[in-house]
Design a protein around this ligand. Structure first.
Ligand SMILES: Nc1nc2c(c(=O)[nH]1)N[C@H]1C(S)=C(S)[C@@H](COP(=O)(O)O)O[C@H]1N2
Ligand SMILES: [Mo]
Length: 322
């Protein structure tokens, strides 16, 4: 019996193939790519980072409200084509280097304008709310996209548990900053620690996911272990990895890419085919791992989540608030 690691009795541990079949059953999703992912299980041994906490099966329940008709990108691509500048700027750097990050013990401090300032360890976060499997589109501002089966629950649950003051209008997320474990921090010249932020209503939106896993397992290091945020209607850089602080604030917080290039990367950074960010047009996206004739797809407004989130921006000019 595992001592903590979410106290799954052996009989309830779901092999990846079962996880995938269950999803197929739930949503009638196509499985071609998914079968490949299951077969690629051996590749996980390539990245030492995926062996720390990753691989721990999580007792998550599929949430059929998300991901209908989407086919997950292979586990191999999801975990070997990454952006995580703390480990270097190339797509393979995170899977090669992120094993250096010590993800246990880990705490997330909730601070700022809240009634209940709290420090959560990962075990507490795992148990705060029931874990869900949610399949989301994921869109990077570099004009590529994936479909990723995340594990977590709505960030709103954590926010409610901390009871923010009415003066808290924004939430800031701060990533871990350990030069001795994250080689990119010394070699990549951007303002560390990585910082991101959301308006309170965006953070409270049910789609915004406090993310602890993917493909039914605890997050591999290169994917932002042990905990990150996923905001599926925004460009990928809004989804901060390996977070150690959640801070409630009055004013719009500084965010990494906005500090680096404010003309290109706005605070909102909602996926929008009509607003370009040089050097990339955002009108189309390259679907990672798709067959060649389906690789180039039109970008969808709010990454396909317009029905859910367009109301958050009613009356705002999205060319100004990019
Ligand atoms: N701390 C931190 N978070 C980060 C980044 C980063 O460099 N550091 N990169 C962002 C970008 S640009 C993208 S596209 C996504 C990539 O997430 P993935 O590698 O899990 O697909 O993480 C985002 N979160
Ligand atoms: Mo990105």
């Amino acid at each position: 019996m595992p001592s903590k690691k979410y106290e799954l009795p052996e009989s309830e541990i779901t092999p990846k193939s079962v996880f995938l079949n269950r999803r197929k059953f739930m949503m009638g999703a196509a499985v071609a790519g998914v079968g490949l992912a299951a077969a690629a299980g051996v590749d996980r041994l390539v990245s030492p980072g995926t062996r720390v906490l990753a691989g721990t099966k999580l007792p998550a329940t599929p949430n059929p409200n998300y991901g209908k008709g989407l086919k997950p990108t292979s586990y191999q691509d999801v975990t070997h084509y990454n952006n995580f500048y703390e480990f270097g700027t190339s797509k393979s750097d995170p899977s090669e280097n992120a094993w250096r990050l010590k993800t246990e013990p880990w705490t997330v401090e909730v601070e700022g304008l809240v009634h209940k300032k709290k420090t959560f360890d990962i075990d507490q976060l795992m148990k705060l709310r029931p874990l869900e499997d949610r399949v989301y589109r994921f869109r990077c501002v570099e004009a590529w996209s994936m479909v990723i089966p995340w594990v977590g629950y709505s960030l709103s649950e954590l926010i409610k548990a901390c009871d923010p003051l009415s003066t808290a209008r924004y939430v800031q997320f701060i990533s871990v900053d350990r030069p001795n474990q994250e080689p990119g921090i010394m070699s990549v010249n951007i303002p560390w620690p990585y910082s991101e932020g959301l308006r309170m209503d965006e953070a409270m939106h049910p789609l915004t996911l406090l993310t602890l896993g993917l493909y039914g397992e605890a997050l591999p290091n290169q994917s932002g272990a042990p905990v990150r945020v996923i905001v599926p209607w925004k460009y990928g850089f809004k989804s901060a990895k390996s977070i150690v602080k959640i801070r409630f604030v009055k004013n719009q917080p500084p965010t990494t890419w906005n500090l680096i290039a404010p003309n290109e990367y706005g605070f909102y950074s909602n996926v929008n085919p009509n607003v370009d960010h040089t050097p990339w047009s955002q009108a189309r996206e390259r679907v990672i791992g798709a067959p060649i004739w389906k690789q180039l797809q039109p970008t969808q407004m709010f990454n396909g989540y317009a029905d859910e989130v367009a109301g958050l921006y009613k009356g705002m000019n999205l060319n100004t608030y990019y």
